[in-house]
Design a protein around this ligand. Structure first.
Ligand SMILES: *Cc1c(COP(=O)(O)O)cnc(C)c1O
Length: 355
């Protein structure tokens, strides 16, 4: 039976990407070497890294001077890396608290300087993107563009008089944005662009080197720029699978196509959440995520039959995060609309037979 994978991450990947990835583990380089047993300095792997970098830059329409890196440590190390590279000794930066990941970014940045939390949605369990006055001072404004756990997303990305820094882990490559607004973008690959094991960085190198800090080598983005993401042994397999996913997104029609697919999927699921009296959405209208739809059962509804129905329909990964409860349908780039249609039919079936 086909699996409809709504997992919040690691994410669904297209079947053709899986097949090519499996093939590369069997045989990739000269004489039939596996991708995972050959040198990262081989011309075959250097070509993988170069193509992944170039394709990411072109899909996101990054200006020429921007650098793209594929590193390790996940977005969780990105929280610290961002502050190390952009927050000067004794400096200030502004952060928006839109949920668990935003909070982790704040915690890490506080190790290095003064952090102003200029807005928070904490009081309502992060059910919306709070409005705020964009700061005019400070080194940067940090935002989490999509809040994976709570299912909220900036409908309009903010601009400020200072550079933006963004954790785009769970919505990168799903919509276009103006890269010139950003000093740094980082994203764990496993939400929307590949498997776990690598983290994507896009950085404006003109913003680097001004903190006055002695940055540990691995945390210094300039180290990795100088070495083309090969300062240490790169995660060859995750980078290769990410390249396959980037090619797949390009062949589907790039960001425009990803954006249209995301809009169609989220429209279908939210229409059903709003229509079906047995379900209640978590995120407020205007802040709803196109990537992660969070919802729960209406008061007094027993969900045991629903849990059985969706499992029988081949749906996987629908349980909500413990901090929100209920359900979360994560609809990343590779998820076909058909999977959302199966979920919607299952919700309707539940209403007809158990409502
Ligand atoms: C999952 C997630 C993270 C953490 O990513 P890791 O790669 O596991 O460190 C950070 N930010 C957002 C928005 C996420 O969804």
């Amino acid at each position: 039976m086909q699996v409809h994978n709504f997992s919040a991450g690691p994410c669904i990947l297209p079947q053709e990407v899986m097949q090519q990835a499996a093939e590369a583990v069997r045989s990739f380089g000269p004489g039939g070497l596996s991708l995972i047993e050959m040198s990262h300095r081989s011309k075959e792997f250097v070509a993988v890294m170069d193509e992944a970098r170039d394709l990411a830059k072109s899909l996101l329409s990054l200006p020429d001077r921007y650098e793209v890196l594929f590193l390790q440590g996940g977005a969780s190390l990105g929280f610290l890396t961002a502050a190390y590279n952009l927050l000067p000794e004794g400096g200030r930066a502004s952060y928006v608290d839109t949920g668990t990941w935003a909070n982790n970014a704040i915690k890490e940045a506080k190790r290095l300087g003064s952090i102003d939390v200029i807005a928070s949605s904490k009081a309502t369990n992060h059910d919306h993107i709070p409005s705020f006055e964009a700061p005019a001072n400070g080194s940067y404004l940090h935002i989490t563009t999509n809040n994976t756990i709570f299912g909220t997303q900036y409908a309009e990305l903010p601009t400020a008089g200072i550079p933006l820094v963004a954790d785009m882990s769970s919505d990168i490559f799903s919509r276009s944005f103006n890269p010139e607004d950003y000093a740094l973008i980082y994203a764990g690959a496993q939400k929307n662009m590949g498997p776990a094991g690598t983290v994507f960085y896009a950085v404006d190198p003109e913003r680097l080197g001004h903190t006055g800090r002695d940055i540990p080598a691995y945390l210094d983005l300039q180290t990795h720029i100088a070495k083309d993401s090969m300062f240490n042994t790169p995660p060859v397999f995750p980078v290769y699978v990410t390249l396959l996913m980037l090619r797949w997104m390009r062949d589907q029609g790039g960001l425009q196509a990803m954006q249209e697919r995301a809009a169609a999927r989220s429209k279908a699921i939210y229409a059903e959440i709003d229509r079906n009296p047995l379900f209640v959405g978590h995120a407020a209208e205007g802040s709803r995520s196109q990537m992660n739809a969070t919802f729960r059962l209406a008061d007094g509804v027993d969900g045991a039959a629903f849990d059985q129905l969706w499992a029988e329909a081949g749906i996987s990964g629908l349980k909500g995060h413990r901090s929100v409860g209920g359900y979360r349908a994560s609809m990343y780039n590779a998820l076909p609309l058909e999977s959302v249609e199966v979920l919607v039919q299952t919700m309707q079936h539940f209403e007809q037979h158990h409502g």
